[in-house]
Design a protein around this ligand. Sequence first.
Ligand SMILES: Cc1ncc(COP(=O)(O)O)c(C=O)c1O
Length: 449
Amino acid sequence: MTPTGVSRRRVDEVLARETGRFAELRPRGTRLLHDARRSMPLGVPMNWMSSAYEHPPVFVDAGSGASFTDVDGNSYVDFNLADTSMFTGYGVPRLVRVAAERVAAGSQFLLPTEDAIEVSEQLAGRFGLPKWQYTSSATQANSEAIRVARTVTGRNDVVMFDGKYHGHADELLAEAGGDGVKPLGRGVPRDATRHVRIVPYNDLEALERALADGEVACVLAEAAITNCGVVMPADGFHTGLRELVSEAGSLLVLDETHTLVAGPGGLTGRWGLDPDVLVAGKSASGGIPLGCYGMKDEVAAVLDDPSLAWDQGVATGGTLFGNALSMAAARVTLAEVLTDDAYESAAALGARLADGIESAARAHGLEWRAHRLFNRSGYTHAPELPGNAEEARATFDTDVYNLQRLYMANRGVWDAMDSAGPACGIQHSDADVDRYLEVLDAFLAEVAG
Ligand SMILES: Cc1ncc(COP(=O)(O)O)c(C=O)c1O
């Protein structure tokens, strides 16, 4: 038996069978992946497209609505949503038209287009922060947000919470280790994280200690941790966080890259939070690359000085950042696609999914809990939800989950990556959720007990 209540022997047997079935169902994809290794490491354009899954990646043909098909004609209802970035679903007609028109009229000038004004006003309305800047990814937006905080405060250090993921820039890859903070992964200088302090989530005393010496430029946090399953804030955590950061003279940077899908103003809007800087990306432009950060006026002032030469102001840049295509896509996505009703329907489906996951587990004698974060669910393989990343890691069986993901991929359901949890987009239906739960039930019938 595994600690999750699942039979280890059955896991091994089902894994062997499903791995064989995975290859049988994808002869063309398997050949393409083999041939692609002539020109790309692991046969993929970005290493993570392979390493994010335990099974081989599938080569995609096309997406439509809440589903996509691979080059072998297998179809998948998509609960990974490309790690939330395809919350809008695929092939949204208005976005297709606007993007095609923008490409025909020029997609990139290294100059502003009028769309940028509307996008900034849209974001200001949603998040209550008046000034906005753009990059091509959330990683880059987080990096610039930290530089802004350092400029505003004249300090260097950054506090982050254990279990976070804020992107793959050198210092964002900081991880708490036995003997302090070190970078995760190879190729990052060992001292790249010397200005990062990591504290456990929901631990306000540890946060207070980390802020005590007055050297911290900003606390970079998610409103709920979302890359270690989901860890919800304890009662009073956000109030305490805001107070401690203000008392320390630091800035509060909330990274809503993942949680943007929770509601029109992300979790900031849902929970009435008050960040100094807010970072977003992924779903804001319907799958066309865009990162952004919004700021209070007094923070944005360090970017708003026309007398500074480019090499004397905050270190920003990026030739394709805020380009005409990204801004056109964001304008139509925010104004016409990501409506209040769309968020509510995705959140209702997310709740239905969470209810169904808990019922399915119960029906098979498993004491599991489902995460509930509006459109997003996920798994705790234990009776209690985690209060921090350490508890989240201890109550999640990666082997069982990755087998479930493989089993589902062989039956038309594309489950989330193991760091996240299944999420509903705005084009999902009750029938899609029912399909997920049907396959989950079949999986649990094979491995439970
Ligand atoms: C909370 C959070 N912030 C930032 C990022 C980085 O986003 P990107 O990979 O688009 O740069 C991610 C990616 O998963 C994320 O989950």
